[in-house]
Design a protein around this ligand. Structure first.
Ligand SMILES: [Zn+2]
Length: 106
């Protein structure tokens, strides 16, 4: 799978609507391509963050993203597929979402 295709599949991955073969190719690419992995984590955090901001409830995005990865990893029972997040990217996004929450909710 190429980066461009990977990016196109991200929304489907987040919705959980990828078929088995695509999911496998998707995860393989994610394991070898740091840029796409980061893109995926960003889109996930933005999507989930926005949902929570709209609901106005509290949340732990970092944990949720790890859960999501963990559950898809379990589904395919692939050893060594555990992902390490770009920690600084996550921290930056959480910071930005926190700032947005403060602006919106005062
Ligand atoms: Zn890529």
């Amino acid at each position: 799978m190429e980066c461009r295709e990977f990016e196109k599949k991200i929304p489907q991955y987040l919705k959980g609507t990828l078929d088995y073969e695509t999911m496998e190719a998707f995860q393989e690419h994610m394991n070898v391509c740091a840029a796409c992995k980061e893109e995926l984590s960003i889109q996930f955090l933005v999507q989930e963050g926005m949902k929570h901001l709209e609901n106005g409830d509290s949340f732990d995005l970092d944990a949720e993203f790890k859960n999501r990865l963990e559950s898809s990893r379990r589904t395919f029972r692939r050893k060594g597929a555990l992902m390490e997040m770009g920690e600084w990217t996550v921290i930056l996004i959480l910071f930005l979402l926190g700032a947005a929450a403060i602006i919106i909710f005062g």
